[in-house]
Design a protein around this ligand. Structure first.
Ligand SMILES: Cc1cc2nc3c(=O)[nH]c(=O)nc-3n(C[C@H](O)[C@H](O)[C@H](O)COP(=O)(O)O)c2cc1C
Length: 464
């Protein structure tokens, strides 16, 4: 769960329990830079840095961002360079180290596998991120939000420390335009390193067609699928056909959006079901349908080990307990264009007044779309950036309506909000699956919080 909700701490707790803990690989460069500017409470990042094979590279990053004791609360975080096609070397280094540290910490204290999740909508950081995670021994790479046909080949090449390229999706590009992202491991770690284990690659999909396409056209082995339904937290695949909204403005899903599990079984690959499978009954149902298991998000997002900032986490848990929690499938909020599930909570961007009070600033840029300018170069635009800027870049004004800056909100969700001019503090926008209303089932009696172990114990009670 991005960004930073499935932190190393949560993934480690889940893997320690014998399940597959998955860290979010989204924006780990920025998260690491902010953790260091908060003074690295607990010294965990330092521990991860000390394990990185290139000491000088790790030291450069440490010196750039670490603030002993943390920055003053009203001071802004220092910015991190934004990603682009020819990404600055220091940003690539930050990505490698951040992914390495997150996976290294998640793997501490047990011998079970740890996975990492990336979004195909955020391609620019892919190569240095994947290499950093593989250096730390990541066991599974899970990629959704797009058609990640070229990830398996990257995993194969990086296992041998070979250079790899990745074709950037660019709106309006011609076939022969240069859209190639490149990464050469030896330029960052010029040593004779032992070969790496190629992680298993799991594609996250929401349609039978996409599963078949992945198996037919991917440039390497697809080891399985997570099949994610439209009740899942985070982004959802858009409904098939023309977008229809109900009276409250929520995207309506129907029969055509349900994956045919019979056909999936016929493909012969292992699969896991996601989206409302966080209960013993649903796990039993998934196993009976031939799934290897389930992928659960919402139940873990609100447990003690998750990266969600505690006060908001507890408020939503309380809403769930008092049966007042509500999740809205917002069809327009996300600059990706995908419906995005939002947990309604006072003081967050789920409220119109809070959203209206935010200066429309785009300074993180993870969800920007690459496009070809009239002069043939590649530039980037985000439908949540200032409207005039977006339109000047050829974007349509109607696409900017209701768009929310998820990059800044998601940093606020995990306790790293940017502060602007010492005054405006970025506010959260918390995502959750529809299962939010059910999470009080994990509370041990008399307790107001629950742990990852409580979730796993409850789920596994179906298997006796
Ligand atoms: C807070 C939160 C953040 C999420 N972020 C991501 C993400 O960054 N990438 C992704 O592939 N899925 C993401 N998801 C979806 C989960 O990985 C998982 O598939 C989903 O939550 C399962 O359904 P459930 O929420 O009903 O348990 C997120 C879910 C939640 C609740």
């Amino acid at each position: 769960m991005g960004a930073g909700v499935s932190s190393w701490r949560l993934a480690r707790a889940v893997s320690q329990l014998g399940q597959l803990g998955v860290v979010s690989g989204t924006a780990l460069d920025l998260i690491l830079a902010r953790r260091l500017q908060d003074g690295d409470p607990g010294g965990y990042m330092r521990r991860g840095f000390d394990r990185f094979p290139n000491r000088e590279m790790a030291d450069r990053i440490w010196r750039t961002y670490y603030i002993p004791g943390g920055k003053p609360p009203r001071a802004p975080y220092k910015s991190v360079p934004t990603h682009s096609k020819n990404c600055p070397i220091e940003l690539q280094e930050l990505c490698v180290v951040a992914n390495f540290v997150e996976v290294t910490l998640a793997r501490e204290g047990h011998n079970n596998a740890v996975g990492i999740n990336y979004l195909e909508k955020i391609q620019l950081p892919h190569l240095p991120s994947i290499y950093g995670a593989m250096l730390a021994g990541v066991g599974y790479v899970l990629v959704g939000a797009g058609v990640p046909l070229k990830i398996p080949g990257v995993l194969d090449r990086f296992a041998n420390h070979e250079p790899s390229t990745y074709l950037l999706q660019v709106t309006g590009a011609n076939e022969d335009d240069d859209r190639t992202l490149a990464f050469t491991p030896k330029a960052f770690l010029p040593y004779d390193l032992p070969l790496l284990t190629r992680p298993k690659f799991i594609a996250i999909i929401s349609s039978n067609t996409l599963a078949t396409t992945m198996l037919k056209k991917a440039d390497g082995k697809v080891d399985g699928f997570v099949i994610e339904g439209y009740t899942a937290g985070g982004h959802n695949a858009p409904p098939r056909g023309k977008l229809q909204l109900d009276a409250s403005g929520e995207a309506i899903y129907g029969e055509r959006d349900v994956v045919d599990l019979g056909k999936i079984r016929g493909l012969g690959s292992p699969f896991w079901l996601a989206g409302g499978y966080g209960s013993p009954e649903k796990l039993a149902q998934a196993l009976a349908a031939g799934a290897t298991g389930v992928q659960v998000g919402t139940a873990f997002a609100f447990c003690e080990e998750s990266g969600l900032e505690n006060s908001r986490k507890h408020l939503l848990l309380e809403k769930a307990r008092s049966v007042t929690a509500r999740v809205f499938t917002n069809p327009v909020a996300s600059p990706t264009g995908f419906p995005f599930k939002v947990a309604e909570l006072e003081g967050t961007l789920s409220e119109e007044e809070v959203y209206a009070a935010r200066p429309r600033i785009c300074d993180l840029g993870y969800l920007r779309e690459a496009y070809t300018t009239p002069s043939g170069t590649i530039d980037f635009r985000c439908s949540a950036e200032p409207v005039t800027t977006y339109v000047a870049k050829g974007g349509k004004v109607e696409d900017t309506e209701g768009k929310k800056c998820l990059c800044n909100a998601l940093m606020a969700n995990i306790g790293h909000p940017q502060v602007r001019n010492g005054k405006y503090k970025e506010q959260p926008l918390i995502t959750s699956g529809n299962d939010l209303t059910e999470i009080s089932r994990f509370l041990p009696s008399g307790s107001f919080t629950y742990s990852a172990a409580d979730v796993v114990a409850k789920l596994m009670s179906c298997t006796g």
